[in-house]
Design a protein around this ligand. Structure first.
Ligand SMILES: [Zn+2]
Length: 123
């Protein structure tokens, strides 16, 4: 997605998703090793795609998380608006007439034009 939009918008746009991730300690005997266990101390992560790679970001404070969440929402809002814009311009293209047939010189119009050119040169 190109980022031609909203340079002044409060939240910068981030292509990503906020999700909660459960931490698993990795010990096979621990309760977190069971498939449906909620794990330890679920954490909020923002996963985002940067140059084809998915990164997961964690947040030190609730306000850092809320900022990131706002950025993601801003991005999604812009994506919706862009999709709408493309949709509308496609509709306009379809409604637009194909165009007038090419205009041709008429004998009379040409004569009149040549006369006016001669006149303006004569001055
Ligand atoms: Zn564990």
């Amino acid at each position: 997605m190109r980022r031609w939009f909203a340079p002044n918008s409060r939240a910068c746009d981030v292509d990503g998703a906020v999700r909660s991730v459960s931490r698993r300690c990795g010990k096979p005997t621990c309760h977190c090793a069971k498939p449906n266990d909620p794990g330890h101390d679920p954490q909020v992560r923002l996963s985002r795609t940067v140059q084809g790679k998915t990164l997961a970001e964690s947040f030190a404070s609730p306000s850092a998380f809320h900022n990131a969440q706002a950025e993601v929402q801003e991005y999604q809002r812009w994506q919706r608006l862009c999709a709408e814009f493309v949709n509308i311009s496609e509709r306009i293209c379809r409604l637009r007439p194909v165009g007038k047939p090419a205009e041709k010189w008429s004998a009379e119009g040409k004569k009149r034009l040549l006369r006016s050119i001669k006149k303006s040169r004569a001055k």
